[in-house]
Design a protein around this ligand. Sequence first.
Ligand code: PLP
Length: 437
Amino acid sequence: MRSYEKSRGKLTEARQVLAGGVASTLRGSMKPTPLYAESASGVIVKDMDGNQYIDYLLAYGPLILGHAHAGFNEKVSRAMAKGITYGLQHDGEIELARRLTELLPCADKVALSGSGTEAVMLALRLSRAFTGKRKIVRFHGHYHGWSDSIFTSFPSPDMMQTATSAEVDNVPPGTKGQSELSLRDVILLPWNDPEKLESTLRAHAGDIAAVISEPVMCNSGCIMPHPGYLEKMRELTRELNIVFILDEVITGFRLSPGGAHDRFGIMPDLVTVGKALGGGIALSAVGGRKDILGLIDSEQVSHLGTLNGNGVAMAAGMAVLDHLTENGGAVFGKMEHTAIRLANGIRDLFGKHGISGVVNQIGPVFHMMFIREAAVTHFDTFQKRDAAKYAKFAELMLDEGVLVRPNGLWYISAVHEPEHIEATLTAIDLVFFRLKE
Ligand code: PLP
C-alpha cells in the first residue's frame, strides 16, 4: 500500500487558509485523499509522498499535450519574456482568432475569454441579445460551467419518470446561494429525446433564445447523440429562430481539429471551446456567425475581462493548435487509436473477471462505468451505474500507479504511448481482483 500521509497533512494545512481545502469543489472528492502534486512531465505525475502515476485526469481535460511539453513551454516562455499582458491590443490576438476561424467550421469570428464558464456566459448573452428572447433550453447530464445562469443539480431518475412538465421546468439550483431568478429562464430536458425537444421548442418558441448542448454527453457517460438527433436540433432551432449553441469545451480540439461539429458535419450558430485549447493555461473562446458576434462589434453586447487576449494565453493556444495540426493532424489518429486500445482492453478485462461494465469511447475520451445494462445510451441508464464501486476502483488504481478521475471519465493525451496503456491494463487487471475481495 502506498502512503498518502504528506497529501493528507497538506490538506489539513490548506483547510486553515483555503476555503474547502481545494481550489475547485470537485477536486475534494478524490479518495483516499485529494493528492498534492510535486511535479509532472509527459503523462507522469509525482505527488508529495513520492508516488508516481500515469495520468488520465489530465487536469480535467486541458493537458492534451501532456505535462511540461517542451515545445509548448518554449512558446509560452518566449511570450512571457515579452510581457505577459498589456491591456493593449497585440498581434497574438489576431493570429489566434484567425487560426480559430480557420479550424472551427461554424466560426466567422471569435471572442476570447479565460474559462469555459465565461465562454458559455457570453454565448447565452449573445443569444438573448440576438433573438430578443430569454429562455435557455439545456439537458440533463450536461455541464456548462458554474455560473448562476446555467448551473443546476440533476433531478433523480425516478423524479424524471414521474415529473409533470411544470416540475421539470422548475430547475433545481446546483448550489446554495445561487439566484433562483436566473434559473427561472432555464428549461431542462432529457437528451436524445427528439419528440420532447420538438414539442417543447414548438410550445415555447416565442420565449426560447437558445438551445445549448454538448455534442457528445461527455460529462455523463460519454453518450453519443442518436443518429439524426443533433440534425433535428439544428433544423428546429433554425426554423424557430432559436440560437443553437454547441458547448465544445470538452470536445473542441479533441474529437478533431475542428471539434465535434466538424467531425459530425453539424453547423451550430455558436460554439464554445476551452480546456484543450489552452493546454493548461486559462483560455476559452466563443466562435460563430458574424451577425451574432457582430453584436459585440456594434457594442450592443458587452464582453469584458481584464486578462482576455493576454499574450501568454494567445501563445498557449497557438502552441496547442500548431502541435495538433502538424502533419495533417496525424496526432488525432494516434490519440483515438490509443483510446480504442485502452477501451477495448478494459472491455476484455470486464469479460475476464465477470464484471458488468460499459466503456463509451469517442476520440481520446471515454467513460468507464460499472453497470448491469449492456449499453448506456441515455442519461437515465447512466444514473443506474454503481458510482460507489467506481470511486473504490479509482482509489485502488492510485495504489497501482494510475491516476483516474473518480467519476469515470478518462482523457488520453498526445503523449500517451503503448507502454503506458499496457501498464494501465495490467494495473486494472490487479485492481479488478482486489475489487472482488
Ligand atoms: N462546458 C463543458 C462542456 C464543460 O465540461 C466544462 C467544464 O468541465 C465547462 C463548460 C466549464 O469550463 P471551465 O471549468 O473552464 O469553466
